[in-house]
Design a protein around this ligand. Structure first.
Ligand code: 5RP
Length: 223
């Protein structure tokens, strides 16, 4: 199967997984990226089964609206039945690297409201140790150089993501050369750097369930 077919398979599996959990008043949190896009397209088929969504990016909001699916303001919602999103890497604890699409901050906010976080990913995202995929850090623009120097002190090699401004008006530094053994400690340390808005590690709040697409089918993995 191609990577896109695996992404489609996990997006379909996520629909099957969440459908029994939905009520007429349920609100679903929706992630960002190509795997999340497949999920959005399949969500269209069951849009009579829930009340609306909260999106983690302008791009996902636009795609949801194109399907006629309601997108609510995050501030008007106190709880999401589930949050469904992709990832760039997952380890066996379901700690993730996310942010390849620069939506990490809003992804973390939407995820924080969810009772259950379902990660959907093709098998290439499964790793023993997080860090081969560069870790995105969202930074207030005037702090870019300072934060970059601090990231070097933590052992990383930050690279400015040229031409990218996040939905929050900030810039992204992609941190290369990390081997993240203690993901909670790393996430916490990065959050302490002045000027950092957030970082792409989801370790303090890992996924609850990973639907992983492989050539042997979709595996359901719990931490
Ligand atoms: C966006 C993300 C995405 O979930 C992550 O980059 C995976 O993307 P894709 O589904 O396209 O492989 O974190 O900020």
């Amino acid at each position: 199967m191609t990577q896109d077919q695996l992404k489609q398979a996990v997006a379909r599996a996520a629909i099957d997984y969440i459908k029994p959990k939905l009520f007429n008043d349920s609100i679903i949190g929706v992630g960002t990226g190509s795997t999340a896009n497949f999920f959005i397209d399949f969500l269209n088929e069951i849009k009579g089964h829930f009340a609306g969504t909260v999106a983690s990016s302008e791009a996902s909001a636009a795609r949801l609206k194109k399907h006629g699916i309601d997108v609510l303001d995050c501030n008007s919602v106190s709880e999401l039945v589930v949050y469904v999103d992709g990832a760039d890497e997952s380890n066996a604890h379901l700690q993730l690297i996310k942010g390849g699409g620069a939506a990490l901050t809003q992804e973390k906010i939407v995820c924080a409201l969810a009772k259950e976080f379902i990660c959907i990913a093709d098998g290439s995202k499964w790793v023993d140790v997080l860090g081969k995929f560069p870790l995105a850090v969202e930074v207030i623009p005037m702090a870019r150089s300072y934060v970059a120097r601090e990231l070097v002190k933590l052992g990383g090699a930050p690279v400015y993501r040229e031409g990218v401004i996040t939905d929050n008006g900030n810039i992204i530094l992609d941190v290369h050369n990390l081997q993240i053994i203690d993901a909670i400690a790393m996430e916490t340390a990065l959050n302490q750097i002045t000027g950092v808005v957030t970082n792409g590690l989801f370790a303090l709040r890992p996924a609850d369930v990973l639907l992983l697409g492989t050539n042997d089918g979709v595996k359901t993995i719990r931490a």
